[in-house]
Design a protein around this ligand. Structure first.
Ligand code: GLN
Length: 287
């Protein structure tokens, strides 16, 4: 039976709401707009348009997947970050808006660095996942040469695909390995290092919504008992990879900034250490 866009949306929102799914309206709209390959707002210009039974079935299947808890981004296969569209699969964390803070500060630093240096700017992104940070930085700073590292081979395949679709593949290199160990001896030191490493604590993991726990990679989220296992290890490696005058930017959890600042200060060798807040007012990036 053919149904209109308006009817389908109303029904889907009701089903999602009934299933206890957060933000049912947004999910219903995004899943339909993507299926029809329309911008989300166009749904409302076309609200009385009837869809054929195949389209209705395909939409019902998407709503069913969302009702099982699967995140919208894995169903449509993309997430926007820094105004670029990134392919995502369950092998990678879905990029979060607060992580854009690292791009913002990274780009600011790049401008300063480039005003003093003529050479290409080497950038390292550790725990690159979908490549969202590495690729956004490569995109925003044409003079950059970016290395993206991840322990997950499957994640790097997604990152590679994303670099191609954003036409920065010739300036980004992907390397599999643990933190910065695989690149330490092969390339010059870096003017900028970014890392959004796993920082969720064991207790927080227990309380995370089932959508995240069942679908997003634990490898990309869990940082051990206090969440800082990886960040702690990476801090000890930073002096080996950071160029003089370089900047390291670490994303941290809402209660971790002070501890990570202390770690960097104890590590020594940094001219200055500080914290940046995200739009929600949370201390989110330590530099
Ligand atoms: N660098 C990616 C991001 O910022 C992946 C992070 C991760 O997997 N921990 O979203």
């Amino acid at each position: 039976m053919s149904q209109t866009i308006g009817e389908l949306l109303r029904r889907a929102v009701g089903d999602l709401q009934g299933g206890g799914i957060a933000e049912p309206q947004a999910a219903a709209e995004v899943l339909l707009a993507d299926l029809l390959d329309l911008p989300r707002l166009s749904l409302f210009l076309d609200i009385h348009r009837g869809l054929n039974p195949l389209q209705c079935d395909a939409y019902a299947a998407r709503i069913w997947r969302r009702l099982q808890g699967e995140p919208v981004q894995y169903i449509v296969g993309t997430q926007e970050f820094w105004s670029l569209s990134f392919a995502v699969t369950p092998a990678v964390l879905v990029p979060r808006p607060e992580t854009e803070l690292l791009v913002e500060y990274g780009v600011k630093h790049a401008r300063q660095w480039l005003s003093h240096h003529r050479a290409a700017m080497p950038v390292l992104d550790v725990g690159t996942g979908s490549g969202n940070l590495a690729i956004s930085l490569a995109h925003a700073v044409p003079q950059s040469r970016v290395w993206g590292v991840d322990i997950s081979w499957d994640a790097l395949q997604v990152a590679r695909l994303n670099a191609r679709s954003h036409t920065v593949a010739d300036r980004v290199r992907w390397i599999q390995g643990d933190l910065s160990t695989p690149i330490r001896k092969t390339v010059p030191t870096f003017a900028l290092c970014t890392a959004n490493l796993p920082y969720v604590t064991t207790a927080e993991w227990e309380r995370l919504p089932r959508d995240i726990k069942a679908y997003e990679p634990a490898l990309a989220l869990c940082g051990g008992e206090d969440g800082l296992d990886l960040i702690r290890r990476f801090v000890t490696m930073v002096p080996d990879v950071l160029a003089s005058g370089g900047l390291v930017l670490l994303e941290v959890g809402w209660q971790q900034a002070k501890t990570v600042v202390d770690m960097l200060e104890q590590q020594g060798g940094f001219i200055d250490v500080g914290v940046e807040r995200d739009l929600a007012g949370i201390d989110r990036a330590v530099w």
